[in-house]
Write a protein that binds this ligand. Structure first.
Ligand code: PRX
Length: 674
């Protein structure tokens, strides 16, 4: 999308669908005055209720300190521990209750039900290992590169217990991606696993650790220790050899600290809980830095108000813990409320399209949370499949990308059996928790719309000049948040300038101001605001591609392609995809003396999978004689995007090399049989 992205939007307004009486009658949030109470006039004082959902060792004295704007400091003076709040405080009443249901991908393996007491013991033992075996302490960073297994939240909570900053890298990412993030966060310890199941195959995950160490070392950070969890305790499931002096089996270390109890470290509210790396528009990933008190209070409140979680619920969020959705809504939010959270190891459609619904039936899941990509996939693989199973959801979530109204309807009618309330939650890694959503027990749903801002947040849509686009104007613009909120990131790790530049510079009028009113937060998304206050999110305004609900920087993929010796130029554009929303489509030109070939296409494809990870696998690798360019030499990604999506390329006569457009189009059309 161009810099100035104000344009008219014509999508039919969808009708309201009201939540069932059954849902409303039990909903957590039914106060019709909630929005009034949380109006901007009362900002920031209404966030006291959020903070009061936690147990504090020391109560805070200042709700919001804006003196270092736009780095907001919440609940200043308070002290607490996140691990204590997610585990210890529930033991008195709920120690026997399941904290985590772990569902292995292989159906013949038993589901593991871990009580709060067991979680408490395991987290303490791991904390003892981190402190006494690895010498880690408050403020140190540790890179985790773990799949969807209980050891992941256990390790995260053990870090949190000691104030160690965890940085979990999505397990599906490459070793190189993990290494780069370990370098950026200056981690000396990498915690990984030998293997895990995906699509019925036991993948050698430990193989990635070697790449990670190599990459980190090259960049200037030595990983001194690699701790390896065993997928099957007592058994090594990876054929990759361990390196003497560097690699240790985590389970062996834990065995030395059986039943050891580690006192939680009382952390200032403003100390860092974790880093979560996300794609930026330039190559280097951004370490999004989240606080302890602000973040935890925000995800706890959102889990209560929007997710409608009660301690008696069985809650299944099918995201990966390696993404922010998993951090906030598999681990910290539900556990802070004392609910039972489900962790599923594998692919939603393995071994068949009924798998999710069998898990739901078996565990009596009543809250279900997933992405439009997964919903599209489940709908395609088994349209009527949910009918066969006797589960009952009261509440469902869609998150991560825009959902098409017809896909939403399938989710509502088939999966939710017209009983479950649906929330379409719009937010980002940077936000800790939701920005927009309906309040499920109070407000009607509108297919394809995220709804209003969540209580406490206030948004505007600006045009390119910074004028507000009024509700109901039918025009899209940049959606910005007017006020700060406790879950918002503190900054980008070690890069305050980039933080200010990326999120605040655009609409800030006075860089010296310490008044929050002067610092609207730029989400980087285009949105339309309807007359009823509901936002429809259209997608990114920058160089990011949303693949299956997750952000990829075009630059990351392009840099990987450029690492192939033969490649001279690379441009990535989003190609529309029926299931994943969009997929990167890659155009390259070669250095002189090289010829296109299928082998070369494969080589480039493999390089991207290796450097970024399979999530970035391009839909096509198009080797072109030249790239369409402006006279100033800029590659016209818009034109390539139109070719990928079989759309009109528009007027290209002003390009430096207009003739190339037709050649590329013919090549693509021919290969795709269009
Ligand atoms: O473009 C928006 C889209 O996903 C981006 C954030 O990606 P990430 O940080 O990976 O976090 C994903 C999960 C929180 C946003 O900038 N997005 C997220 N939720 C929605 C959405 N687009 C439309 N509707 C949503 N509900």
């Amino acid at each position: 999308m161009s810099e100035e992205h104000t344009y008219s939007v014509t999508m039919e307004e969808q009708e309201y669908i009201y939540p069932s009486y059954e849902f409303v009658s039990q909903a957590n949030m039914t106060d019709p005055k909630i929005r009034e109470k949380m109006s901007l006039d009362n900002f920031p004082y209404y966030y006291k209720e959020f903070a009061d959902m936690l147990e504090w060792d020391e109560y805070w004295h200042t709700m919001l300190d804006t003196s270092d704007a736009p780095c907001w400091r919440w609940f200043v003076g308070g002290r607490l521990n996140a691990s204590y709040n997610c585990i210890d405080r529930h033991l008195k009443e709920h120690k026997n209750k399941t904290a985590i249901h772990f569902v292995p991908e292989l159906e013949e393996e038993d589901i593991v039900h871990m009580t709060y007491q067991t979680l408490y013991m395991r987290v303490n033992e791991v904390a003892a290992v981190l402190r006494d075996e690895l010498g880690l302490k408050k403020g140190d960073r540790v890179t985790l590169h773990l799949p969807m297994v209980p050891e992941l939240p256990i390790t995260m909570l053990a870090c949190a217990r000691l104030g160690i900053i965890h940085s979990q890298v999505f397990g599906g990412f490459s070793g190189m991606a993990a290494g780069e993030r370990a370098w950026d966060s200056e981690s000396e310890v990498l915690i990984t696993m030998d293997a895990y199941y995906r699509s019925g195959k036991l993948l050698d995950h430990f193989a990635k650790a070697e790449e990670a160490c190599k990459k980190s070392e090259e960049m200037g950070q030595t990983i001194k220790t690699v701790c390896i969890w065993q997928r099957y305790k007592g058994k090594n499931s990876s054929p990759t050899p361990m390196k003497e002096g560097r690699d240790i089996i985590m389970n062996d270390l834990v065995a030395k600290h059986k039943r050891e109890i580690v006192e939680p470290v009382s952390m200032p509210a403003e100390d860092i809980l974790f880093l979560m790396y996300t794609s930026g528009t330039t190559g280097r990933p951004k370490g999004i830095q989240h606080s302890t008190g602000g973040y935890l209070s925000y995800v706890t409140a959102m889990s209560h108000i929007i997710q409608d979680i009660k301690p008696t619920d069985v809650y299944w969020c099918m995201a990966d813990i390696g993404w922010i959705t998993g951090h906030s809504f598999i681990v910290y939010g539900p556990l802070s409320l004392g609910a039972s959270t489900v962790i599923y190891e594998g692919v939603p459609t393995y071994p068949d399209a009924g798998r999710c619904w069998r898990v739901a039936e078996e565990l009596d899941v009543n809250i279900y949370h997933t992405s439009p990509t997964a919903i599209r996939m489940l709908r395609k693989a088994g349209y009527d499949e949910p009918d066969k199973y006797n589960y009952k959801f009261k509440h469902m979530t869609t998150v991560g990308e825009p959902i098409e109204p017809e896909v939403w309807r399938w989710y509502y009618e088939k999966v939710g059996k017209k009983k479950a309330a649906i929330v379409d939650t719009y937010w980002q890694t940077e936000n800790g928790g939701f920005l927009c959503s309906t309040i499920p027990g109070l407000e009607p749903m509108k297919p394809g719309s995220a709804g209003k801002t969540v209580p406490g947040l206030h948004a505007v849509v600006y045009d390119g000049e910074g004028n507000e686009i009024p509700p109901g104007a039918g025009k899209a613009g940049n959606i910005c948040m007017v006020n700060p909120w406790p879950g918002s990131m503190q900054t980008i790790w070690k890069d305050r300038d980039r933080y200010v530049r990326t999120y605040y510079e655009r609409y800030n009028k006075d860089p010296k101001s310490t008044d929050w009113r002067d610092w609207p937060y730029l989400t980087g998304d285009a949105a339309v605001l309807a007359a009823d206050g509901y936002f429809r999110i259209l997608g990114r305004i920058d160089d990011l591609i949303n693949v299956a609900g997750h952000r990829l920087g075009t630059k990351e993929v392009e840099s990987a392609a450029l690492a192939v010796e033969e490649v001279a130029e690379a441009a990535v554009v989003p190609a529309k995809d029926e299931i994943k929303g969009s997929i990167p489509d890659l155009y390259v030109s070669l250095k002189p003396g090289y010829e296109p070939s299928e082998e070369l296409e494969k080589k480039i494809n493999n390089m991207i999978r290796e450097v970024v990870g399979p999530i970035a696998t391009p839909k096509g690798v198009w080797i072109c004689a030249d790239m369409p360019k402006t006279r100033s030499g800029k590659i016209m990604r818009r034109v390539l995007g139109s070719i990928s999506n079989n759309e009109d390329v528009g007027d290209v006569t002003t390009l430096a090399n207009p003739e190339i457009v037709q050649d590329i189009k013919e090549m693509v059309d021919k290969k795709l049989g269009r």
